[in-house]
Write a protein that binds this ligand. Structure first.
Ligand code: GLU
Length: 447
C-alpha cells in the first residue's frame, strides 16, 4: 500500500508557520516512505474561500520545495459527497433536523443549567413524517446530522499513543447545512477514503473530530486510517498562532529574507525530541523523520530561533546552492566572496554589503589618531598577486614598521578597509579588495 498523505488547508487565509508545519510533517513522512503528498483545498465554505488564497498556498508550498503529487479542490467534488450523503440517509444515520440556531442555544443552556452536558438531544429523531411535512410546508429546510453510534472509539495515535473518546459525550455532528452545503466532516472523510489516504497527520485540535470521522468512515463502509496528531505551536504569550498571523505568514517570512530550508528544518524539528538544526539536504532530513519523535507538548514559536537557524543554514550553504539564489537577487558574487562572507550574514541579501566592500564604494572609517598609521601601512602593501597569506605578510610588515600590535594594529586596518568593526576574516577579504582599492582606502583624507 502506497503511503498517501494530504495537507488540507481551507483557502480562507494565508498559511502561517503553524500550518506550514503540518504540511512539512506530511511531506517529510511521504518522502521518507516513498509515498504521495497531496494538497487538498478544503473549500466547501464558498462564502469564505478565495481563489487568491488557494493560489498563495500553492505558491508557498512550491517555494518551500514541497511539490504536491496532486492538487484537489473539494468544491469540484460535490457529486461524491452527495452520493455519500444519500447512502447515509438510506441507512438512516443521516437525519433531518429543523431547530433554529436560537432554539439550539436555548436547549444547550437548559441542559447546562440542569447539570447535563450541552449536547444535542436528538429530538429530531422523534419527529413523525407528518410533523416533518408540516414543518416543510411552513418553509422550514432541514440541516442533517450524523447519528453517532453508541460506542467508544479508540485508536493508536502515532504521536499521542492510545486515545479513547466516548461518542456519547458528543453531539451528533451536522454534516449538511440547510442550504445543502457541506461542513468539513463529510467531505473530509469521503476524500480521505476516495484518495486512498493512509495516514492523517494534523494538529491536535482535530483529535475529537477523529473519533467522529472514524465512526463516519465505518458508516460508509471504510476502514479507519492511521492518525497522528501533532501538538500546536503557540505564540510567545502561549495563545494560538492563527490570531496573530501578522508577520508569521510564509510569504512574510520569505519577504523577510529567510531561506525555505530554514523554515522546513525548523518545522521538522521544533516540538520534537530532535534538536532544532539547519538542514540543507531535505532527503537526508526525511530519512531520519519519525512521527514518534514529535512531542505531545506544545512548543512556543520563537522568531529569534528561526533567524538564528537561517544564519546557521547560510553558514553551511555550499557555493552550488548559494550561486543561483544570489543570481536571483541580482548579485554578481564570486565563489571566493561567498566562502569569505557566508559565516557573517543572517540573510542572503546582506551579501550585497560585502560585495560593496570588495567591489564598490564604501566609506572607510579612519580615526584622526590612526591616519598616519594607515599611511605607513599603505606604504608597505605587498605587490600583487595576492592570496590568503597576504594579510599575514602585510600586517607583520606593518607591525615592524609602526610598533603597533593586537587590536591597535588590526582594528584600524579593518575599519579603513571595510568601513565596519566586524566581519569576515581579513585574510579572505583582502585579496578580494585588491591592492588599488586597499591603497586608496588606507590613504583617504579624513575630513
Ligand atoms: N481543513 C481542515 C483544517 O484546516 C483540515 C483538517 C484535516 O487535516 O483534516 O483544519
Amino acid at each position: 500500500m502506497t503511503v498517501t498523505v494530504r495537507f488540507a488547508p481551507s483557502p480562507t487565509g494565508n498559511i502561517h508557520i503553524g500550518n506550514a508545519r503540518t504540511a512539512v510533517l506530511n511531506w517529510l513522512f511521504a518522502l521518507r516512505h516513498g509515498g504521495r503528498f497531496i494538497l487538498r483545498l478544503d473549500d466547501t465554505d464558498a462564502a469564505r474561500s478565495r481563489e487568491e488564497y488557494a493560489q498563495a498556498i500553492i505558491a508557498d508550498l512550491q517555494w518551500l520545495g514541497m511539490q504536491p503529487a496532486a492538487i484537489a479542490r473539494q468544491s469540484r467534488r460535490l457529486a461524491l459527497y452527495d452520493e455519500a450523503a444519500s447512502r447515509l440517509r438510506a441507512a438512516g444515520v443521516l437525519y433531518p433536523c429543523y431547530e433554529t440556531e436560537t432554539e439550539l442555544a436555548l436547549k444547550r443552556k437548559a441542559r447546562s443549567m440542569a447539570g447535563r452536558p450541552p449536547i444535542y438531544d436528538r429530538a429530531a429523531l422523534e419527529l413523525t413524517a407528518d410533523q416533518r411535512a408540516a414543518l416543510e410546508a411552513r418553509g422550514a429546510r432541514p440541516h442533517w446530522r450524523f447519528k453517532l453510534p453508541d460506542t467508544t472509539i479508540t485508536w493508536r495515535d502515532e504521536v499521542r499513543g492510545e486515545v479513547s473518546i466516548d461518542l456519547a459525550t458528543l453531539s451528533d455532528p451536522v454534516l449538511v447545512r440547510a442550504d445543502g452545503s457541506y461542513l468539513y466532516t463529510l467531505p473530509s472523510v469521503v476524500d480521505d477514503m476516495d484518495m486512498g489516504i493512509t495516514h492523517v497527520i494534523r494538529g491536535e485540535d482535530h483529535v475529537v473530530n477523529t473519533a467522529v470521522q472514524i465512526a463516519l468512515t465505518g458508516a460508509l463502509g471504510g476502514q479507519p486510517l492511521t492518525y497522528a496528531h501533532h501538538s500546536l505551536l503557540t505564540g510567545k504569550d502561549g495563545g494560538g498562532l492563527s490570531k496573530r498571523l501578522g508577520s508569521l505568514g510564509i510569504g512574510d517570512l520569505r519577504q523577510g529574507g529567510l531561506e525555505p530550508e530554514t523554515i522546513v528544518s525548523y518545522c521538522a524539528t521544533v516540538a520534537s525530541s530532535r534538536p532544532i538544526a539547519a538542514h540543507l539536504d531535505m532527503r537526508k532530513l526525511a530519512q531520519d523523520f519519525e512521527l514518534s519523535a514529535l512531542s505531545r507538548a506544545p512548543a512556543r514559536f520563537d522568531e529569534a530561533e528561526l533567524e538564528a537557524l537561517n544564519a546557521k543554514l547560510l553558514h553551511a550553504m555550499p557555493w552550488e546552492m548559494a550561486a543561483p539564489r544570489l543570481a536571483a537577487l541580482g548579485l554578481d558574487v564570486s565563489e571566493s566572496l561567498w566562502e569569505a562572507v557566508r559565516g557573517n550574514i543572517g540573510h542572503l541579501p546582506e551579501v550585497a554589503d560585502w560585495l560593496a566592500v570588495v567591489n564598490g564604494e564604501i566609506s572607510p572609517v579612519i580615526g584622526k589618531e590612526d591616519a598616519d598609521f594607515l599611511r605607513q601601512a599603505a606604504a608597505v602593501l605587498p605587490e600583487e598577486p595576492w592570496d590568503e597569506s597576504t594579510w599575514k605578510i602585510w600586517t607583520t610588515a606593518v607591525k615592524e614598521r609602526t610598533g603597533r600590535k593586537g587590536k591597535a594594529l588590526f582594528m584600524p586596518l579593518r575599519l579603513a578597509l571595510t568601513g565596519k568593526p566586524h566581519g569576515p576574516e581579513m585574510s579572505r577579504l583582502l585579496p578580494l579588495i585588491g591592492r588599488a582599492r586597499a591603497n586608496s582606502r588606507l590613504t583617504q583624507q579624513i575630513s
